[in-house]
Design a protein around this ligand. Structure first.
Ligand SMILES: [Zn+2]
Length: 76
């Protein structure tokens, strides 16, 4: 189902993808992961991502390495 806000949201995602975790935290941006398969949304904790991946990790990297708990549950 096409969403009228989809292109805006994709532009925002592309912008976020280029930020580092440190920049997200400095700007006090929440990081929301949205599954493209099932649409499940999940708030990610920027502080714990920094501890796990380092402050210079880019959002695009985190997005690629975050898996959806709903889809994983479905596959299991
Ligand atoms: Zn999913």
């Amino acid at each position: 189902m096409p969403n009228p806000d989809n292109s805006d949201r994709r532009a925002l995602e592309a912008y976020h993808d280029q930020l580092t975790l440190a920049e997200l935290q400095a700007g006090n941006h929440p990081l929301v992961f949205e599954c493209r398969t099932c649409g499940h949304r999940q708030n990610l904790d920027v502080a714990s991502l920094i501890r796990a991946h380092g402050p210079e990790s880019r959002v695009a990297y985190i997005r690629r390495h975050t898996s959806c708990p709903v889809c994983i549950a479905r596959q299991a």
